[in-house]
Design a protein around this ligand. Sequence first.
Ligand code: SF4
Length: 118
Amino acid sequence: MCRSAYTHTRWPSPAPDPAAAALAELVALLIDAGPGDWVQRGTCRDSRDDVHFPTGREDSPGYRLGAAIAKLECAGCPVLTECRAYALDVVDLEGIWGGTTPNDRTAIRRDRDQRRAS
Ligand code: SF4
């Protein structure tokens, strides 16, 4: 097949995946709903912007120091469980939630998915 014919071929759209659509709808609902009332009971309710959103790359010393400080606050928080569960459900959340950084949450999700698959 010549290049011209290849680039002008219209490929059929993939069949819709009901599970992916349902998951996307659930994530949209979670984002719309926001974290929930437990946020008002969080230890960080007055410090989130300063402490829980360190800047820079997650592997930089500054970010790691900020994350360590935030994680200390999370360790004594009465809503740690709710907060972490929320953060694990919302994939693109930035900052420290439930004692986890975005990379921590990615690793937790990966481990959880591997356990479910085995
Ligand atoms: S667990 Fe951490 S991020 Fe979540 S509400 Fe508590 S202090 Fe804030």
